[in-house]
Design a protein around this ligand. Sequence first.
Ligand code: FAD
Length: 453
Amino acid sequence: MVVGEVSTFSEVVVIGGGPGGYATAERAAALGRSVVLVERERLGGVCLNAGCIPSKALIQVANTVALPAEAAAWGVESDARADMERVQAWMAAVMDRLRGDVEGRMRRAGVGVVRGTARFSTARRVVVATNGSTQHIEFDHAVVATGSRPTALRALAVDHARILDSTDVLALRAIPRRTAVIGGGYIGLELGCALHKLGSAVTVVEIADRLLPAMHPALGGALQRRLSARGIEVLLGTSALDDDGAALRVRGPDGERRIEVDAVVVAVGRRPNTDELGLERAGVPCDAAGRIAVDPSRRATRTVLAVGDVTDGPGLAHKATAEAEVAAATAAGRRAAFAPACIPEVVFTDPEVASAGLTPERAREAGAEVVTRRLPLTASARALLRGDGAGFVELVAEPSGALLGAHIVGPDAAELIAEAALAIEMGATLEDLALTIHPHPTLSESLAMAAMS
Ligand code: FAD
């Protein structure tokens, strides 16, 4: 700090106003700490402005547009098309409203929101740059919640015109006629599925030998069959090489191929925003991937904590929010640890895919003996009424019956997985699930039926 520069003090400084950051700030303030939240763009972070919320809005629009074609099989004749200008206006209105909610929560909690880009200058001070001016804030604890950004591919630089990232897709005002999606993880598949329903001919290019490579192998396989049946081309074991403005060149098991497309979506993962934070000045080390290592109380050092996408684990908003609870408690001087029995993961494709807890492979690697129970959704009346009986529910348990994991492909899997997560967290057994009376006819019955099977 230069002599004469003014520095303010806040017990807790939170850097980043996404779900990890704003939840930390609100909770730390509720625990009696003075809190400043620094955000360089918009409150709500990626989740609210360029992730969870706009993507689910677009998916809802796409599902609605595709419904008439599906309902035709039930004898319902109708037509639907999306006016993307109005779709974008609606999405913006939803995001504005939710952002207003976050702003209101910060105000009511007494959190001071500072607009600007924060960097550490020491282990107890950050400097915030705002439109040419700077402000120094000293703290007892800083919580890094700066999130992540899309991983770039050197040969396919995003130009926001033909080569798009996920944020570009969510802002589309016209649907490309033909789209290649590079990346068969959850973001690529959700966007690819939505674009396909909105009328684009979609090819998914995935370098691994299955979709959703980080999840239970049967989930990716089942989803692939469904996507292919819908007309989405899925190329596995295939890498994207380059693009000449008319076609994407890929290399797969059958050699090289040019795929003529109007847009290429790069969705090959995300990298943590830790490289421009001056973390070295605060003595905070990062791993090779740029993630901040923290202990269960979310501490990276005595004064710096971290939550959300900048730390290890799945890059998901609910994980960030759960970690925020712990970080806030730690910063407020309480004993707390982040040690969930499971973190549910959901893929909002059609059909939806959801997992919580261990796969049989992971359980065995961890030395556990496991039993599995799988129920095809053809056994679920509700799934058939929804016109979708092709999925399954698989439960993974210890031989004693203690539930270790649940893996679902099918309608409303995103909602169903919460029951399984609760069961795992509560130490429930297959018998507990089977003997809990579930309403009929519902999709939730399929969890009890799988447990009973
Ligand atoms: P972020 O939400 O990334 O927020 C970080 C904030 O920090 C940003 O606002 C950024 O501007 C700010 N910032 C960064 N550096 C600085 C700095 N130096 N100074 C000040 N501010 C700074 N997750 C789900 O759980 N469900 C979903 O359905 C889902 N869908 C997604 C769909 C897409 C297309 C994408 C891209 C992501 C999706 N995610 C979803 C992931 C989810 O958005 C992230 O896991 C979540 O936003 C991470 O929260 P965070 O608080 O760690 O960081």
